[in-house]
Structure formats: structure tokens, C-alpha cells
Ligand binder design. Structure first.
Ligand SMILES: Nc1ncnc2c1ncn2[C@@H]1O[C@H](COP(=O)(O)OP(=O)(O)OP(=O)(O)O)[C@@H](O)[C@H]1O
Length: 341
């Protein structure tokens, strides 16, 4: 049975639709990443999954049953860490213990609070009695996470958990979330712009764009503006002498249309390699490599002009040593493999 099952979801604010998901399922115990540009609906989706907000239309089943915001079945079990987490005007200890107290969880509260602070790398002796205002931004973020971990939730929804914290705090936040996953089987659903972290950590990554799920995996978005190119194709300038050429959308060319290229449809080539027939090509500089946690797939980030692309590197090609950060490489694609969004 899926942990979450979304059916014909629509969310709108002040009459403006910001999220539409026809059908989507999240399996038990997984780590799912949500990525996509600003405003694509990631936080909105997390709020719906966290049952702190009701969709305008559609149903969300949790463990096979339709669930409502703040229902008993989800309270304390499905827990959201929002981007801007609110702290009670009390000590760190009281902030972390709060969820246990209001949920009347039977446990040794002092021990659990100490454990949770330890998990996020904060020494309970030094931090438990600190007032809420005597914390740095990174410490406050970790206290907010400790206040969720103390509940040992079934689902932990993390909205940009490592945004605007330093790398040491980010590592502690990531390690604490993974501890929950390993120790208690907590399902993690994480939004992040840190592509490499998602790649390293997640069983699957879902790409959102303009309030819709584009698909699983990595996509490159090309925003145009589109111009008439050769063979009745459209072309978008990417950089000096670099053009992405695509077949026009079926409804006709619109300058504002956005193209999505699935990383699975891009192939990487060294500059001297022959190219597959019928493909178009762009040349870029490799900026990073990452190894997918479950897929074992090596993903390569390249920039072509200012546009970041992601492609997958077959293991036999990795051994050639061509595809390392700083090197140039070519990306071949079939112009009819593109999706217009
Ligand atoms: N409470 C609200 N009232 C009105 N509009 C909202 C509200 N919350 C979100 N929106 C709008 O919904 C859209 C999706 O916002 P959301 O925060 O879900 O995007 P996001 O992908 O999380 O963005 P970011 O990466 O910037 O955090 C945006 O256009 C935003 O302005």
C-alpha cells in the first residue's frame, strides 16, 4: 500500500491555480526529492502532504485512507519542517519538548529531548536552557528539526532544510534526517535546490514545474526565446555559437514556450567522438559529477552558455577519464525527444 496517494489534486490561492496533480503515489519508507524552479509548487505540495492545508479539489490518502488536515491519523506522525520555522518564545528545551507534551506521548521527555538535540549536533547541556532568541540562524534551524525528530515521525517533510545554513550545519541536518530514515524507517520528502544532495540521498527525485509534475529524474528546462531555425525547427540561443534546435510544438511555435529535456534522452560525448546520426549537439563545460544513491547512475552537470544541463554517464565511459569537472564535452540529443511544457 502506498504511504500517500494523491488523486486529482488542485490547489489555488485567491482563485489562481498553483498546483495540479492528477495522480501521484509515494511508497512507504522512501526518500523522495522534490526539485523545480522557484514558485513551481514544491512548498505547496509539502503543505498538502503535511496535512496543514486542504486542497481546493481532490483527495489525499494516507496509508490507504483519505486524511484531513490535523486528523488524529496524521498528527505527530506526518511532520512538516517549513522553510521559515516558527519558534515558541521559550527555551530550546521547551521548544523541542512541545510536540511530545501536546501529543501526550508517553516517554522520558528529558531523555528524548537530549537525544534529538544530540542528533542535530547541539549539546543539550549547552543549549537546552537557552532562550529562543539566543540562537544563530543555523542553530535555530537545527532546534526546529530536533523538535520534529523528537516525535520519531513516520513521515518527515523537509522544505529547503539546508537553505541559508553553513555547510557544517547542512551536514548535521542531512545526517539527522538520514538517521531518522535508517533508525525509525521514516519516509523523507525533501525539497531542495541542492541537486547533488538530492542525487546522493534520494531514492527518486520528482521534478515540478509551474505546479505540475514534469516527471521523475533530471530535466533541463530551456526557456527560449525561440527563433526560426533550419529545417523548420525552432532554435534558442544558449551561448556563443550554441543553439538548441527543436521541433516546434504541435500547436505551432510560441516564443514563450518552454522545452524540457529529459536527462535520459541526452548522450554525452568527448569533443573528438563521432556523433550518432540524426542528432543535434551542443558543447558545454562539465561542472560536477554525482552518483545516484539507488540507481548507481553517474549524473553529469554541464553548463552550455548559462544553461545548466544534466546528463547520465554510462560507467564504461566514466573510465575514459574525459568526463571530469572543468573539461568540455558535447551533448547530443534527438530534436524530437523534447517535451514542450
Ligand atoms: N498562501 C499563499 N497565497 C497566495 N499565493 C501563494 C501562497 N503560497 C504559495 N503561493 C503561490 O503559489 C505558487 C507556488 O509557491 P510554492 O511556495 O509552493 O513554490 P516553491 O516551488 O516552493 O518555490 P520556492 O522554490 O521559491 O520555495 C507561487 O506562485 C506562490 O506565489
Amino acid at each position: 500500500m502506498p504511504l500517500f496517494e494523491l488523486h486529482r489534486i488542485l490547489q489555488a490561492y485567491a482563485g489562481r491555480t498553483v498546483l495540479t496533480i492528477d495522480a501521484w503515489q509515494v511508497p512507504e519508507g522512501k526518500i523522495v526529492g522534490l526539485c523545480g524552479p522557484n514558485g513551481s509548487g514544491k512548498s505547496t505540495l509539502l503543505r498538502l502532504l503535511g496535512f496543514v492545508e486542504r486542497p481546493v479539489r481532490g483527495t489525499i490518502h494516507y496509508q490507504g485512507r483519505p486524511a484531513e488536515p490535523y486528523a488524529d491519523a496524521v498528527r505527530g506522525r506526518v511532520v512538516l519542517l517549513p522553510q521559515a520555522s516558527y519558534m515558541l518564545r521559550r527555551t530550546v528545551y521547551k521548544n523541542v519538548a512541545y510536540g511530545l507534551r501536546i501529543g501526550r506521548v508517553r516517554c522520558d521527555i528529558r531523555q528524548r529531548v537530549g537525544e534529538s538535540l544530540g542528533l542535530v549536533g547541539l549539546d543539550p547541556d549547552a543549549f537546552a536552557q537557552r532562550p529562543w532568541f539566543a540562537l544563530s540562524g543555523g542553530e535555530a534551524r537545527r532546534v526546529a528539526l530536533a523538535a520534529r525528530l523528537v516525535l520519531r515521525p513516520r513521515v518527515l517533510l523537509l522544505d529547503e532544510p539546508t537553505a541559508s545554513v553553513d555547510s557544517a550545519s547542512a551536514q548535521m541536518i542531512q545526517a539527522a534526517a538520514l538517521h531518522a530514515h535508517r533508525q525509525w524507517g521514516t519516509c523523507l520528502i525533501v525539497t531542495s535546490h541542492d541537486h547533488h544532495w538530492l542525487q546522493d540521498t534520494c531514492d527518486e527525485t520528482v521534478h515540478l514545474f509551474q505546479g505540475r509534475i514534469l516527471g521523475r529524474g533530471d530535466f533541463t528546462l530551456v526557456f527560449g526565446p525561440w527563433q526560426p531555425g533550419e529545417n523548420r525547427r525552432l532554435a534558442a540561443p544558449l551561448g556563443r555559437d550554441q543553439w538548441l534546435t527543436l521541433d516546434p510544438p504541435p500547436a505551432g511555435a510560441a516564443e514563450s514556450d518552454i522545452a524540457a529535456l529529459d536527462a535520459r534522452h541526452l548522450t554525452l560525448h568527448a569533443l573528438t567522438d563521432p556523433l550518432p546520426p540524426g542528432t543535434a549537439v551542443v558543447e558545454g563545460t562539465i561542472t560536477a559529477l554525482a552518483l545516484g544513491k539507488t540507481s548507481g547512475q553517474i549524473s553529469v552537470s554541464l553548463t552550455v552558455g548559462a544553461t545548466p544541463f544534466t546528463a547520465y554517464l554510462p560507467p564504461e565511459m566514466a573510465a575514459t577519464g574525459h568526463f571530469t569537472p572543468g573539461n568540455k564535452a558535447r551533448l547530443a540529443y534527438s530534436p524530437d525527444a523534447v517535451r514542450w511544457v
